[in-house]
Design a protein around this ligand. Structure first.
Ligand code: SF4
Ligand code: MG
Length: 317
């Protein structure tokens, strides 16, 4: 709720002044049990920071995280420690996130040991089960990460994330480092695991076609703000925000269901250390008018109970 992450940059080279970066600037979203919430936007829009805030890897400047009805900041240290195992992360680069000196068995067992998590069936049997779930052979246990392909490494990362039976998995660009042919295998695996284990995902990606494939609902971020949110169908077939429309027009294989209104993004993403006043998108929006430079649009219901958009054009509808 109203999550913010502002930070001051280190004093730059050549005496550049310190700058206030508003990486995440007031994001409110709800992830429902059993769903996949896709968070999409260009790199630097704050989507990874939002994921890290929810993971409690970063402290928010402002805002709260409510998990199963409880505000995390109100929990005691022990309670928070117990809750931590309910949140697991899958990273973009499985190679960088796997310790090269540990065997697959040690990698998957590590979270169980850290959290003192014991399964009745025993650690060994649990690891075998996890390997089976992600489609790796039992013999993988004694091997090291470098002995696997990128897709297989991501399977190891997924097995590790599942080791503590988490309630929420935050996947940050989990397929963007993989070949396209491997991407769909991993996406299908994630979908399959969700069905079998009742998992909940926050799926972060810059690629709208990937988010379209996997998500139940989608949120679009721009410069630290959520600018549109809706069901997958609403977002893809009936986008309302000019930025979402622009993202959709840049998808290389156009979705035939999408209403094609071609909007080409002008210019660069402005720096979050010097964000535009008013609507954060006004410097690149083909529909911007004077009001957009002054007033910041708030998310408002646009058409249905589930579709929200932050754009002044909606006031005119
Ligand atoms: Fe464009 Fe104005 Fe809407 Fe922002 S509020 S997206 S600048 S039309
Ligand atoms: Mg990122």
């Amino acid at each position: 709720k109203n999550l913010k992450k502002h930070f001051v940059t280190d004093k730059g080279w050549l005496g550049k002044p310190k700058q206030l970066v508003k990486a995440v600037d007031g994001v409110t979203l709800t992830i429902r049990e059993g769903e996949t919430y896709g968070l999409v936007g260009e790199s630097g829009c704050g989507k990874s920071t939002t994921g890290r805030l929810i993971m409690q890897l970063l402290d928010p400047t402002d805002g709260t995280i409510v998990f199963q009805g409880e505000e995390l900041s109100s929990l005691s240290r022990e309670q928070l420690q117990r809750t931590r195992k309910d949140f697991q992360m899958i990273f973009q680069d499985p190679y960088a996130s796997l310790n090269p000196r540990m065997t697959v068995k040690e990698i998957i067992a590590e979270p169980m040991r850290i959290h003192g998590y014991h399964y009745e069936q025993g650690e060994e049997a649990k690891i075998d089960e996890l390997l089976g779930l992600v489609g790796l052979p039992i013999q993988a246990k004694g091997k090291y990460p470098h002995e696997f392909s990128g897709g297989q490494r991501q399977r190891i990362g997924i097995a590790r994330a599942l080791a503590l039976e988490p309630k929420l998995i935050i996947a940050d660009e989990p397929v963007s480092a993989l070949d396209v042919s491997i991407q769909s295998q991993i996406l299908n695996l994630l979908k399959d695991l969700q069905e079998r284990l009742g998992l909940t995902y926050l799926f972060i990606a810059h690629d709208l076609s990937v988010v379209d494939f996997i998500s139940d609902r989608i949120g679009v971020m721009y410069l630290g703000h959520l600018v549109e949110e809706g069901t997958r169908e609403e977002l893809i077939e009936n986008p309302k925000h000019p930025y979402t429309k622009a993202l959709l027009s840049s998808v290389p294989t156009p979705d035939p269901r999408a209403k094609k209104e071609r909007i080409v993004l002008q210019g660069e993403l402005p720096s979050p250390s010097n964000p535009p006043k008013g609507c954060p998108f006004h410097t690149r929006c083909p529909f911007a008018w004077s009001d957009c430079e002054i007033r910041k649009p708030q998310l408002q219901k646009s058409g249905t109970e589930t579709h929200y958009t932050a754009c002044h054009l909606l006031d005119a509808e």
